[in-house]
Design a protein around this ligand. Sequence first.
Ligand SMILES: NC(=O)c1ccc[n+]([C@@H]2O[C@H](COP(=O)([O-])OP(=O)(O)OC[C@H]3O[C@@H](n4cnc5c(N)ncnc54)[C@H](O)[C@@H]3O)[C@@H](O)[C@H]2O)c1
Length: 332
Amino acid sequence: MNVKNKKLRALCVGGAGYIGSFTARELLNKGFQVAILDNLSTGHRGAIPNGCDFIWGDYGDLTSVTSDLLSGFDVFFLFAGKINVEESMKNPWLYWNENVFKLINFLEILPQKAFIVYSSSAAVYEPQNFPLNEECDKKPVNVYGVTKLAAEDVLLRYCELKELRVVCLRYFNAAGADLEGTHGEDHHPETHFIPSLCLYALGILKDFSIYGDNWPTKDGTCVRDFIHVLDLADAHVKAVDYLVGTDNNFSCFNVGSGCGYSLLEILKCFQKILNRELNISISNPRDGDMPYLVADISKIKSVMGWQPRFGIDTILETAFSWHKKFPNGYRC
Ligand SMILES: NC(=O)c1ccc[n+]([C@@H]2O[C@H](COP(=O)([O-])OP(=O)(O)OC[C@H]3O[C@@H](n4cnc5c(N)ncnc54)[C@H](O)[C@@H]3O)[C@@H](O)[C@H]2O)c1
């Protein structure tokens, strides 16, 4: 594909969701022509940035879109999927269907030589007590991670079949909102730590638990690597620059901050911002959870020239500001 000196046409599949809508906004800012395809199963109309075309309804699912529609785009961002680890342990079939079989269906009708940026996850790795680089063993401990790894493998096969060029971005924990607090995370039910903490502080969630304080970590709670969603969006734009300039047809990159914080440390940072203490309980560990997930981000830094700009304080402040302004999320 000759993409030099032309306005790239991007299709964000799942672009009405959290990470997809932030990326779509960043792509528009960078001069891409952007469309969103979404079945609105977990996404929101209100999250779709002005200036994007929106494909939904009869054609808005990975399984119902047509090859004619797809032929109008140069680069495909694949955010669509199911993301709840606990749910994946209870209903593996749903996760295989949504995250793998529907992806195969979509790849079957994708034009030859398309560029793809795929939303993969840190959940593909075997958890270890040190920062994970891209070569570390892949041994997911939950069904969600198994399906993300299977999806990477499917993409690798289709690279050969259709001469695709694919970048898998393995996100660690996405969090935060835009700096004005007007767009942010809105999942139902909310299972992620930082938005749940914000909703609890605002009195919208009545209870809040940390799952397990007996993990083999510094203070017994899980250690996570939180990455601001604006930094994640920026990594997608850099991934396109990389795809345009490389001959490598399949590659994977971690996208995290490179810093690990225990959940108790996050709680303490958040209480400082609130200037008060929260009453938190400890409950049993969740099925499929991992004690320590922190990224080694040297590869994406050196190959794409990407690096995170926002730290944990900005993540917490922007997330709280969004939830305070929009306690019902996009359903106001
Ligand atoms: N949120 C995180 O911290 C995180 C971490 C690692 C990886 N990821 C990956 O990033 C991606 C996006 O995560 P998110 O937090 O933005 O999730 P999200 O639920 O907010 O967004 C997913 C979007 O995809 C849409 N969708 C789902 N199935 C679809 C289908 N079959 N056809 C069309 N649209 C469909 C939903 O309506 C939603 O708008 C997921 O693939 C997830 O596995 C997320």
